[in-house]
Design a protein around this ligand. Structure first.
Ligand code: ADP
Ligand code: MG
Length: 729
């Protein structure tokens, strides 16, 4: 059995970097070459069609069939010129991946000749059926049809020989079955609400869009080693493995020079990303060995999420060429850092202003403070749904672990802004302010340093940190489709801004002027949001106690956390605004419970198999060797001397035998618990049972396996060890 491990290691030692040559040294020459962007549209579409698409993009509208027909003609010409033979509607089902079903352009023409065809109808809408995707009970098989419809705001692109059309995915009866449809609604709500608030400060603002820059962390493992670890290939995380003597203690991997073979992979996938118009910019070694990060320049949220999903896909594909496997799992290795996907998020206006960046004068700074405080209030009030949006099985191993934010969502502002907000609280009173008081207040906020970036003492432990001109939401998992987190956050902020506007208007009605009304509401929000503001060390034990006192949500269970979507606040924010129907929201929870159950089930099965078929036989083999040895000692040395010599062997034999029986017992009990859980009908109860009754065995069984790994002869250990997975490349 150990042969696979050793032949895998031999393969890795023979690897050479795979060098590929980019189309040009000049990235700008081929950036977006595979994307049907505005520039290409202008070239390939009629003037009329171009105008229509451009308008649809800005207005967030869809095209009529006739309009789509015009677009399809130009699009087809471009696609075929660039080697496409097929097209697909590309969408984000409620799995962690994307989906595509390819159809050829080829059709039978009228006189029996084959022709290439691509109509406006298939551009805007398709019926891929796709009945096997999770729907949380929305679709019964008799009405299993699902429809996809073109999202004009995300450009069409070509991968290989396939033209990919980004689409939303809805059921026959109109319910959303994906992340994109509700995300677009949340962003549109946010746009409307934010524009209204901007009107207090600048009448020229007619569009506000959220921006997102995603830092993607990942691990790389050599392909041969990956295949020698069934847990990695089936569950994307190691379910066993003793810690390597050296891993990240010395922080010598972090920002270190990128290994040559890895560099070739990175350059290669970056090149593919550029062709697809994904603006990847930053790359570096992360803290854990064989862990890396890449980050693009931020884009509008919907596009950024599409690009991130696409990027993960590209990385997986290109990794194979380099004989690597990319692990996007949040915690592939126990005991060292996991991977996250920091969501750098802000709000931008059509006038080019970043609303979370301090301005040059008191007026723009009041606007900045307004948006800053509203975001804080949104995170305070919608704490539980924002938290629900990032909680899932794989991320539950990361949150609260090494270097990862805890599962308590608090906001970090930095000393400067914290003091500034408290200053506002103390200065603003309910009484009408004197002109002198007003001037002083405005002078105060006028002094916010323009480049706060240099002033925020960055708190790396915060799950939601203000970093000078944006918030960085760090609790999102590396494997996640950020759609979920972005729906919750943007919907919460949209709802909050609507409430803000109402409150300000009420005060204005009572005869106060606009600025004073704004200050009063801001003051009220700061006071009401104090519980979510935390400047200290989020990793500390004290914070957990303190957070509990403050009443911040710190549910340990994943299904329990997900259920919070259905709290009154969740319903107000997500259903009240029309982003979800009640049925859709409930079905989303169902999908998440099921996903949780299935993932634990898979891990339990894989661990059970490995324990019984790989580990126990290996341990028994080693035990037999020791037993033979003891017998041999007895034969050669006879009773007296032998006793002393065999002592250590006997101890080892007993230890091994104990671990074996603990593993066996654990696996049997785990199987029994699974059987009991499997008959539970209610998906919530089932997932809770899986979490409480089955999941603990993963840790328990693993403990004994990891102990055995330390004792059993390395020559016969079947699975690549942590030191090999983390340090061989
Ligand atoms: P760090 O690791 O220091 O947080 P990185 O350079 O790794 O920084 O990533 C920062 C990310 O933040 C980038 O993706 C960047 O584009 C993004 N970002 C910068 N400004 C904004 C903004 N206004 N809105 C959204 N994202 C932003
Ligand atoms: Mg960052």
């Amino acid at each position: 059995m150990a042969e696979l491990r050793f032949s895998a290691l031999k393969e890795v030692f023979k690897r050479e970097p795979v060098v590929t040559v980019p189309p040009s040294k000049d990235i700008s020459k081929y950036f977006g070459s595979h994307v049907f962007n505005l520039h290409k549209m202008e070239h390939y579409l009629s003037q009329e069609a171009f105008r229509v698409v451009k308008k649809a993009i800005t207005d967030g509208k869809s095209l009529t069939r006739i309009e789509a027909q015009q677009v399809a003609i130009g699009l087809k010409a471009w696609a075929i010129e660039n080697g496409a033979t097929h097209f697909t509607h590309w969408f984000h089902p409620l799995t962690d991946g994307t989906a595509e079903k390819h159809d050829g352009f080829l059709e039978m023409g009228d006189n029996g000749h084959m022709v290439e065809n691509f109509s406006g109808d298939v551009l805007v809408q398709s019926e891929p059926d796709a009945s096997s995707f999770p729907s949380g009970g929305i679709r019964n098989t008799f009405e299993a049809r699902g429809y996809t419809a073109w999202d004009v705001s995300s450009p069409v692109f070509i991968v290989g020989t396939t033209l990919c059309i980004p689409t939303i995915f809805v059921s026959y009866t109109g319910e959303a079955l994906d992340y994109k449809a509700p995300l677009l609604k949340a962003l549109s709500e946010l746009d409307k609400a934010a524009v209204e608030v901007c009107q207090y400060f600048d009448k020229d603002v007619n569009k506000v869009f959220a921006t997102l820059g995603l830092e993607q962390e990942y691990f790389l493992v050599d392909e041969a080693l990956y295949y020698a670890r069934p847990d990695l290939s089936l569950a994307e995380r190691t379910l066993m493995g003793h810690q390597s003597s050296k891993d990240q203690q010395l922080s010598d991997h972090y920002f270190g020079s990128i290994p040559e073979r890895v560099m070739c992979f990175i350059r290669d996938f970056e090149c593919e990303a550029y062709k697809l118009g994904i603006p990847v910019k930053t790359r570096h070694n992360e803290v854990a060995p064989n862990q890396f990060e890449c980050a693009p320049i931020h884009e509008e949220v919907n596009l950024a999420v599409d690009h991130n999903q696409l990027l993960m896909d590209v990385m997986r594909r290109i990794a194979r060429k380099h004989k690597f496997r990319v692990l996007f799992h949040e915690k592939p290795f126990a005991g060292i850092n996991g991977s996250g996907k920091h969501n750098n998020w802000s709000l931008s206006t059509n006038t080019g202003v970043n609303l979370l960046s301090p301005g040059k004068n008191p007026k723009s700074n009041l606007q900045f403070l307004t948006f800053l405080v509203n975001v804080i209030k949104a995170v305070n009030d919608s704490n539980e749904i924002i938290r629900a949006s990032v909680m899932n099985e794989s991320n539950s191993y990361r949150l609260g672990g090494h270097e990862a934010p805890p599962a308590i969502i608090s906001v970090f502002l930095g000393t400067y802004l914290t003091n500034m907000l408290e200053d506002i609280v103390s200065r603003v009173t309910d009484k009408k302010m004197t002109p002198a008081e007003k001037t002083e207040l405005k002078l105060g906020i006028g002094k916010i340093p323009e480049i706060l970036l240099d002033n925020t003492d960055r708190n790396r432990t915060s799950p939601f940190a203000f970093t000078g001109n944006r918030f960085e939401f760090r609790a999102v998992g590396s494997s996640a489709n950020c759609g979920a987190a972005m729906i919750a956050l943007n919907a919460a902020v949209a709802n909050q801004l609507k409430n803000f506007k109402k409150e300000v208007e009420n005060i204005i009605k009572k005869g106060r002027n606009k600025d004073e009304a704004i200050f009063q509401v801001i003051k009220k929000y700061i006071i009401e949001s104090r519980k979510v503001l935390f400047e200290g060390d989020n990793y500390s034990k004290e914070w957990h106690a303190e957070a509990e006192k403050r009443g911040l949500c710190n549910l340990k269970g994943v299904p329990e956390s997900i259920k919070c979507y259905l709290n009154p606040n969740g319903k107000e924010v997500l259903v009240g605004s029309g982003i979800f129907s009640e049925k859709e929201l409930e079905s989303r929870c169902e999908v998440e419970y099921e996903k949780f159950t299935k993932k634990v089930q898979i891990e339990a099965r894989v661990l059970g198999d490995l324990a019984i078929n790989h580990i126990i036989p290996t341990a028994i083999r080693y035990m037999s060797t020791l037993l033979d040895n003891v017998k041999g000692l007895k034969e050669v040395f006879g009773d007296g001397e032998y006793e002393k010599m065999a002592l250590i062997h006997k101890e080892m034999i007993t230890t091994i035998s104990d671990h074996i029986s603990q593993i066996e017992k654990g696996v049997n009990q785990m199987v029994e618990e699974r059987k009991k859980a499997n008959v539970i009908e209610d998906s919530y109860k089932k997932s809770v049972t899986y979490e409480k009754k089955v999941k603990p065995y993963l840790q328990e069984i693993r403990y004994h396996i990891d102990k055995l790994e330390l004792i059993v002869d390395d020559e016969i250990w079947p699975l690549p060890k942590y030191r090999e997975l983390l340090f061989t490349r």
